[in-house]
Design a protein around this ligand. Structure first.
Ligand code: 5GP
Ligand code: ZN
Length: 116
């Protein structure tokens, strides 16, 4: 998608701190990290969100999750991590190209959500 910031990162038109890449997925450091390790893992193909996936997207979604531990360990989160996929308005997704946040570091990441 021509006006998608993450597609532009895939195409090399916007720089990013890449930490893993293969033919299907790309992982890069979040520009505004919330934890010592904060990597975004995206499908190279534009998928808007988990709300728009189709059956054919299943392999790439599986790959994103299957690679998460390897990426987290390599980036300095050896004892686990959290994966977050914000989706749509209620999930407060800001960038409309599906991405998994991998957050972690040497210490626990904290509570999942503030209770309301
Ligand atoms: P969302 O709220 O959509 O789940 O998360 C979007 C994430 O993308 C945010 O954590 C934000 O810091 C990150 N982000 C937005 N623009 C850029 C960018 O141009 N480069 C990188 N590396 N991260 C970005
Ligand atoms: Zn895109």
């Amino acid at each position: 998608m021509s006006d998608c910031i993450f597609c532009k990162i895939v195409e090399g038109k916007i720089p990013a701190g890449k930490v893993y890449e293969d033919e299907d997925i790309l992982a890069f450091n979040d520009i505004n990290p919330a934890r010592p390790v904060h990597v975004l893992v995206i499908p190279k193909k534009h998928i808007t969100s988990l709300a728009t996936v189709v059956a054919a997207d299943t392999p790439v979604l599986g790959k994103i999750l299957a690679k998460a531990n390897e990426i987290a360990v390599a980036q300095g989160s050896p004892d686990g991590f959290r994966v977050i996929i914000n989706t749509g308005r209620v999930g407060q997704q800001e960038v409309p190209h599906l991405h998994a946040h991998i957050v972690g570091g040497p210490e626990p990441v904290g509570p999942m959500l503030k209770r309301i």
